[in-house]
Design a protein around this ligand. Structure first.
Ligand code: NOJ
Length: 466
């Protein structure tokens, strides 16, 4: 049996829009999701897990189950209902009361500033394609640093790549634009520039605490040894991994990254120009990140693809329906020989090990890493308050073993946050894809510990991966 370091943080992750509910309560301003979900008519984020009211219960559960830290986000439109300007004091007071409860329960808040929930006014105005909104984001971040002095760990953004691609490449998120590589790359860059500016403000004002960014990083492997498949995997990796890590830790895009991005853009008959001044801020920030947050759920195998872009996003949990073929990049293949979740996410713990070792080698100034999300979406079976989720425990055991091996091989991984602490609302799946350690009966809002919660508690207490 493998071990984890004694000071390894065992956390649980949430996000404001997915957990809080109360989307129109407490003076909160709207976000694009509110209207979008109503239009789709399938489900809404109301009342989600009602964290807005239930947070004392969730934090008590953290204490009982030895969960050291809660990853959570501050809803921008609870603080600035219009994205900027007038402050909503009720929203400010709400987060102060959450942090006070964290303190009471000995649970450390690990706080994300932006988790997929730009205020609607700014979203409608172009979101991060509009560089004015970068100013508004930076001002919101600065407000948080000054106001919420209870917080030690700050993450600027959650998952820049999924924001850009789900909004402008796959169209799974509002505004549902597909295959627009120009917008995708522009959004990635503008968000990395915004991240850098927030980091620089944090460091130049000497705020107490640590700051980093949470990236979704999914390793890409070639589907075969052919030069064509190797090239396709390289292109997919360049857009989804290297572009972001270069921006974060170099402060510019290396030549090999830019060659790949230019090739992808040209195949899609477009191009992108960056403002050279952005790299001044980005280079300054590159050595100032205190940590890297990694969200990792699965890995991809990529083969050459020469056709037009075509996609099917498996949102229903009907196994085998996922299709991902992008012009100028490649096709992510199914790999029938590897286990996968009902949503076609390939379970491959080795991928996380490979990723961790690669970051240590390629970006030696990474400082330290927290696994800020990992976990298994599962159709949990509830029987008289008992939820036996062994597949989730197996999944976690596999990924924990990879982390432990990476630590042994010298990678500085300091903690882990399971996605999710309790079952929450899922952006494109609603409520049937459950990830929590605690089962939420969304009708009554009652919480029930799953078998995995007892397993997690034991791992946290013993630091042994049982
Ligand atoms: C990544 C996101 O940060 C989170 O919001 C999402 O629900 C999980 N992954 C699961 O898909």
């Amino acid at each position: 049996m493998r071990n984890l370091p004694k000071d390894f943080i065992m956390g649980g992750a949430t996000a404001a829009y997915q957990a809080e509910g109360a989307t129109m309560e407490g003076g909160k301003g709207p976000v694009a999701w509110d209207e979008f979900l109503i239009e789709k008519g399938r489900y809404t984020a109301e009342p989600a897990s009602d964290f807005y009211h239930q947070f004392p219960i969730d934090l008590e559960l953290c204490e009982k189950f030895k969960i050291d830290s809660i990853r959570m986000s501050i809803a921008w439109s609870r603080i600035f209902p219009n994205g900027f300007g007038e402050v909503n004091q009720e929203g400010v007071d709400y987060y102060h009361s959450v942090f006070a409860e964290c303190r009471k329960r000995n649970v450390m808040p690990f706080v994300t500033i932006h988790h997929f929930d730009t205020p609607k006014t700014l979203f409608d105005n172009g979101d991060f394609l509009n560089r004015e909104n970068v100013e508004h984001f930076v001002n919101f971040a600065k407000f948080c640093f000054e106001e919420f002095t209870e917080v030690h760990y700050w993450s600027t953004f959650n998952e820049i790549y999924p924001v850009a691609t789900n909004q402008y490449l796959t169209g799974a998120f509002p505004p549902e634009i597909q295959f627009d590589l120009k917008k995708t790359v522009t959004c990635l860059h503008n968000m990395m520039w915004a991240h850098a500016r927030a980091v620089n403000i944090f460091k130049e004002n000497n705020y107490e605490g640590e700051i980093g960014v949470v990236h979704s990083l999914e390793p890409k492997y070639p589907a075969s040894d052919s030069p064509e498949d190797l090239h396709a995997a390289m292109l997919d990796d360049a857009l989804s991994v290297k572009f972001l890590l270069d921006a974060t830790y170099l402060g510019y895009y290396s030549n090999s990254t830019m060659d790949a991005i230019t090739e992808i853009l040209e195949a899609n008959e477009t191009s992108v120009e960056f403002d050279e001044n952005d790299f001044i801020e980005m280079k300054k920030a590159a050595t100032r990140n205190d940590y890297l947050g990694i969200n990792n759920y699965h890995s991809h195998w990529v083969k050459e693809y020469k056709g037009e872009s075509t996609l099917h996003y498996n949102t229903t949990g009907k196994k085998g329906t996922q299709v991902y073929k992008i012009k100028g990049i490649g096709e992510r293949i199914k790999r029938d020989d590897l286990p996968k979740t009902d949503w076609d996410w390939i379970i491959y713990p080795e991928g996380l090990y490979d990723l961790l070792v690669r970051i240590k080698q390629d970006y030696p100034n990474y400082n330290k890493i927290y696994i800020t999300e990992n976990g298994m979406g599962y159709k949990d079976h509830f029987e008289e308050g008992i939820i036996m989720d062994e597949p989730r425990i197996d999944y976690l055991r596999g990924y924990f073993n990879s982390i432990s091996r990476a630590i042994e091989d010298g990678v500085n991984v300091k903690g882990y946050f399971i996605w999710s602490l309790m079952d929450v609302f899922s952006w494109v799946n609603g409520y049937n894809k459950r990830y929590g350690l605690f089962y939420v009966d969304f009708e009554t809002q009652k919480r029930y510990p799953k078998e995995s919660a007892y397993w997690y508690k034991l791992v946290s207490e013993t630091k042994t991966i049982i």
